[in-house]
Ligand binder design. Structure first.
Ligand SMILES: [Zn+2]
Length: 77
């Protein structure tokens, strides 16, 4: 099992398989491509709740820099 930490935009999109949120980003194609590539390489992911992270961290899905709490997504394998 592996845990990925992703941002508030990516987590619901990945868990619900609903990427409509990315349509409102400034560069929707780039974000969407990154996130779908991440999901393809990571496989099936389940919501493992929120975790607090110290300082700045990079979303492991879209790559954006975040601060504060992250969503944890777990692989099943
Ligand atoms: Zn993200």
């Amino acid at each position: 099992m592996y845990v990925f930490h992703v941002c508030d935009t990516c987590a619901p999109a990945i868990v619900n398989d609903d990427y409509s949120a990315f349509e409102f980003h400034q560069d929707p194609d780039a974000d969407y491509e990154r996130v779908t590539a991440f999901v393809e390489s990571a496989g099936y992911l389940v919501d493992a709740g929120r975790v607090s992270k110290p300082g700045y961290w990079d979303c492991e899905s879209c790559g954006q820099v975040c601060i504060g709490s992250a969503y944890a997504l777990e692989t099943l394998a």
